[in-house]
Design a protein around this ligand. Structure first.
Ligand code: F6P
Length: 357
C-alpha cells in the first residue's frame, strides 16, 4: 500500500492533469494498492491541511483537460519561512500534515519557485518527487517542461492571426508573449510564426537596431513587420541598471508593459502605425497539445515507477530525448535561460530574424 499526496503549485499550465493521471495510472496498473490525497491550491492545501481523497475515477477523462483538478496558487519561496498572519509556521505545518496522514511520498508538480520549496521539504525529511511544469520551459535539469509546447502552439497561432491583418494595413504589429525572465516561448513561437523581430530578456535590444530592421524590411518592399516580444524583454540601457533601479523604473513606468513602450518608440522613430496584441493567459489555457499529452504521461509514468521503487528526492525530467531522474538539489534555485550563442539563435539570425542586438 502506498499513500501518496499530490499538489500542483505556481502558475498553471496545460497537461498538469495528464501528468497526474500518468502517475496514478502507472501505479494502478502495477497492481499496487494506493491511497491518493490531493492537496488543494498548491502548498496552501498542504500548509492548512486542505485536501481531498481521490480515487481512480477522479483521474479518468482528464488527459485532455487544461488547468488542474487540484487548483493551484503561488506561495513564494521567500515567504515560506515567515509565519502566516496567525503566527503559523508554514514549514512545520506542511511536515505535520504529511506525517499525520502517514504519507509515503508527496508528488509535486510545479516550476521554479515550487522546486525550491519541494527541495526544502526534502531537506526536512519528506519523501518528494517532482514533475516539471511551466509554459516558460525555464526549469534547470530538464530540456523540456510540459505546458511549453502547448503554449508555443497558442502563441504561434496568435502571431499567425496577426500576420494577415498586418499585411492589409502596412502596420508594425507587436505581439507580447509570456515569459518575464526567459524567452524560450517567444523564441519558438516567433520562429514558428515567421516573426521578423524577436526580443528576449536574454538579449537586450537596442531600439535603433529594431528600427533599422523595420526600415530594412520596408526597403525590401515588405508592407509590415511583426515583432514577437517577451514580457521581460529589456533594452540595452535598462540592462545596465541594477535590479533595484530597474524594478523602480518599471514601477514608475506609464506604459502597461514593454510592448506599449516599444510601440511608442517605434512610432516616434518611424512614423509607422504600430499595434500591440497581448494574448496573455490564453497561452496557459485550453487543453494540452498532443506532444504535451504524451510527454506529461511519460513523466507521470516514470514518477510512478520511482514511487514503487521507493526512490525519492528527484525531479523526473527529460535529457537528450530520454526521461531521467534529476536530484532535486541540482534543480532547485537555478534558472534555465536562452543562450544567446545557442544554435537556434544563430539559425534564426541566418533566416534574417533580428534580435535587436
Ligand atoms: O507560469 C509562468 C507564467 O505564465 C509566466 O510566463 C508569466 O510571466 C507569469 O506566469 C504570469 O503570472 P500570473 O499568472 O501570476 O499573472
Amino acid at each position: 500500500m502506498k499513500r501518496i499526496g499530490m499538489l500542483t503549485s505556481g502558475g498553471d499550465c496545460q497537461a498538469l492533469n495528464a501528468a497526474m493521471r500518468g502517475v496514478v495510472k502507472s501505479l494502478i496498473f502495477s497492481g499496487e494498492q494506493i491511497e491518493i490525497y490531493g492537496f488543494l491550491n498548491g502548498y496552501q492545501g498542504l500548509i492548512y491541511g486542505n485536501y481531498r481523497m481521490l480515487d481512480v475515477s477522479d483521474f479518468s477523462g482528464i488527459l485532455t483537460r487544461g488547468g488542474t483538478i487540484l487548483g493551484s496558487s503561488r506561495t513564494p519561496f521567500k515567504t515560506i519561512r515567515q509565519p502566516d498572519e496567525n503566527g503559523l509556521d508554514k514549514v512545520e505545518s506542511m511536515k505535520h500534515n504529511y506525517f499525520k496522514l502517514n504519507l509515503d511520498c508527496l508528488v509535486i508538480l510545479g516550476g521554479n519557485g515550487t522546486h525550491k520549496t519541494a527541495n526544502l521539504l526534502r531537506e526536512e525529511g519528506l519523501n518528494v518527487i517532482t514533475l516539471p511544469k511551466t509554459i516558460d520551459n525555464d526549469l534547470w535539469g530538464t530540456d523540456m517542461t510540459f505546458g511549453f509546447q502547448s503554449a508555443v502552439d497558442i502563441a504561434t497561432n496568435a502571431i499567425d492571426c496577426i500576420h494577415t491583418t498586418a499585411d492589409s494595413h502596412s502596420r508594425v504589429f507587436i505581439v507580447e508573449v509570456m515569459g518575464h525572465k526567459v524567452g524560450f516561448l517567444t523564441l519558438n513561437a516567433g520562429v514558428a510564426s515567421g516573426a521578423d523581430i524577436i526580443l528576449l530578456p536574454e538579449i537586450p535590444y537596442d531600439i535603433d537596431k529594431v528600427v533599422e530592421a523595420i526600415d530594412a524590411r520596408k526597403k525590401r518592399g515588405s508592407r509590415f513587420t511583426i515583432i514577437a516580444v517577451a514580457e521581460g524583454a529589456i533594452s540595452k540601457e535598462d540592462a545596465k541598471l541594477s535590479k533595484k533601479e530597474y524594478k523602480k523604473k518599471l514601477k514608475e513606468a506609464t506604459h502597461p508593459s514593454v510592448s506599449y513602450r516599444l510601440a511608442d518608440e517605434i512610432y516616434k522613430k518611424t512614423g509607422q502605425e504600430v499595434r500591440v496584441t497581448v494574448p496573455g493567459h490564453m497561452q496557459r489555457g485550453g487543453g494540452p497539445c498532443a506532444y504535451d499529452r504524451v510527454f506529461a504521461s511519460r513523466l507521470g509514468a516514470e514518477a510512478g515507477k520511482l514511487i514503487l521503487q521507493g526512490k525519492y528526492g528527484f525531479m523526473v525530467g527529460y535529457k537528450n530525448r530520454e526521461v531521467v531522474k534529476v536530484p532535486l538539489e541540482e534543480v532547485a534555485g537555478k534558472l534555465k535561460m536562452v543562450d544567446p550563442n545557442s544554435s537556434i539563435i544563430k539559425e534564426a539570425k541566418m533566416l534574417g530574424i533580428s534580435f535587436g542586438d
